[in-house]
Design a protein around this ligand. Sequence first.
Ligand code: BGC
Length: 467
Amino acid sequence: MSAMPIAARRAVPGFLREMFASENRFITLIAVLAALGGFLFGYDTGVVGGAAPYIEKSLDTGTFGESWVVGSLLLGAIVGAFASGKLADLLSRKWTKFVAGTIYTAAALGSALAPTVETLCAARFVLGLAVGTASFVAPMYISEHSPARLRGGMTAFNQFMITFGILVAYLADYALSGFSHNWRWMFGFGAVPGICLAVAMVFVPHTPRWLVQRGREDEARSVLARSRPEDDIDDEIDGIREASRSQHAFRFRQLLGPRLRMLLLVGVGMAMFQQVLGINTVIYFGATILKFAGYTTSTSVYEAVYLGIINMVGAFAAMLLLDKVGRRPLMITGTAGNVLTLIGLGWFFHMSSGFQHANPSVALGLIMAYLLFFEISLGPIFWVMIAEIYPLRSRAKAMAAATMVNWTFNFLVSYFFLQMTTDISKAGTFWLYAGLGVAAVAFFSWKLPETKDRSLEDIERQVRGAA
Ligand code: BGC
């Protein structure tokens, strides 16, 4: 970076400059490796929509079986999130991610080779265990390593990798669409990033927060020394030590105690709203929605790739903005933008089919705007903030609880979407999501704290003070 001319350096947004600055290279490397977990999450989210029709033909699943090929992964993710709330404390964040990478690899190969729809659903359930785990342990791992001033952008890098995984999955679906047994290749490819994640986790260090909690302060000090100025290390260790004072194991039910109840509500509220505005109806059924809007089957698959690109652009913008603008303003503005685009989509589907077929690009434009708004707000901020707002002792379990709620609503919304478009019409479905979006904006304006620029321990001190 220093070799760059000053004018060129000024043109690079602040966060990117920081990301590649020599003193932050260690944190950046760690974020990139940990975010392979985000890639797996995104790849699996994106691939199944394109694979499902071929599985239907090849294994003769019927519509019911097809829904379960999608749903089994989501159920696995709910169970995986629950189980890894304990594992992340006992085994460490690092080794929990290693286990997730290993299980993911085995289950990706298992899905690719499945002889029947039942074995395929079983393999995808196991895959879900790994995805549910990686979905929150990756942001927790990055967040616990990062200095306060870069934490938002670094943790949001995981969301960027989710969107990258989704795009790669769309491209794989597109590229393989002419081959027989292509769905096996689509699933099998997931083993590659799975192995990369497992191997990478062998080489990365534990987070300083987990080390101090285990009484391994010397190791924590040497991890911090790789990314913090010498003079700051003692203060940071003192802060973490104070935060992890209690020796008692933390239990799930303590989340309902007076100190954490409100924060649990914030995490669970974000988890639910992230899904009930319908993001995964676009991610899973994007091509179908475009077909509803008047695109032909072949162009709608092609346009879905554009949606994947826009999704990534939004996530990239969030990385640059989170530590500058702050979480609260982005969350509120982005969600309000989602409400407007959902109202617009409802209006589009309310118009005559003649109008729709003459103007399908209006729907495409609205969906693109919807994705951009989601990716600068609910997409990354939910994951960034559940890794920030909970005190260290309760962090893994509270994040697991919020993550379980997220996957549960992911399952419900995507499972019922197509049925809802017939029961209450397409317009009614998008207007319902918009109504829930209005509730989300009110909830965030009322309850969402600002965590920008504050250390995790500083946030914890405030929680304790408020209690
Ligand atoms: C959500 C996923 C969604 C993805 C889209 C994530 O933050 O949790 O459900 O598929 O964003 O980019």
